[in-house]
Design a protein around this ligand. Sequence first.
Ligand code: NAP
Length: 267
Amino acid sequence: MNTKALQGQVALVTGASSGIGKAIAIAFAEAGAKVGVNYRSSAEDAEQIVSGIREKGGEAVALQANVAKEDQVQRLFSELIETYGTIDILVNNAGLQKDANFIDMSLEDWQLVIDVNLTGQFLCAREAAKEFIRRGVVEERSCAAGKIICISSVHEKIPWATHANYAASKGGINMLMRTIAQELAPHKIRVNSIAPGAIKTPINRQDWENEEAKAELLNLIPYQRIGKPEDVARMAVWLASDDSDYVVGETLFIDGGMMLYPGFAEG
Ligand SMILES: NC(=O)c1ccc[n+]([C@@H]2O[C@H](COP(=O)([O-])OP(=O)(O)OC[C@H]3O[C@@H](n4cnc5c(N)ncnc54)[C@H](OP(=O)(O)O)[C@@H]3O)[C@@H](O)[C@H]2O)c1
């Protein structure tokens, strides 16, 4: 793979102060992109990531915004474009969980997860697409006018008891992604999803922090290891680069085989 595959491009990674978003922001900077490191509340973490990137000679800026709020998303894009002139790549990564038994799930927790995980992706994709269409292809940087990567989950396909809000948000991302991929492809904009399985980040700490929970989780992973944020980041670099130029409207699963119905492995 071209190690400077994103040279000179401008990327925005939402929810980049932690976990998968953080790893993608760092990998994008290493691949030559100027990176907007979006966060909602963790300013210190975001600033640390930006400093780390700059120390290695890369370019990055921390940008606060709640992706669920239209005015904040518009401000986020204005700030990024003011700083770097345009945007070439959006990674819609910000997300959260608010788990509950279905009959105990509050409307507030349902709405929060839909607002951040699904509406947030809509709002950011819309702003990115406007700028991609306004500017068009810049051949020295990329053969596409823009790339949008939606971070989904294996739970866009696998039902997940006590996570109705989260699974519904990820199922929604699948049709949002495919529909806008169809609509935007004639503008040379590529929209795709990455659907991770279990990746070791703070969002699922309870599943890997003790041995019993970890053993239970490994039962669901044929490849017998929990994923690392860097596994996802490498896929994101490829999907944002011209190396994947003919990939349009696809969901790429990265899950150590979790989608292979491991419960059926014994026949
Ligand atoms: N880890 C996994 O196993 C896994 C598997 C499948 C899919 N995913 C997906 O991967 C994405 C990242 O998850 P993660 O595991 O890296 O979680 P994480 O470590 O908890 O990070 C979540 C990030 O999202 C940000 N965020 C939350 N609400 C936000 C909002 N309203 N506006 C802007 N940013 C917001 C957080 O920022 P602040 O801290 O500043 O609030 C944080 O940077 C999510 O979409 C998640 O659903 C994760």
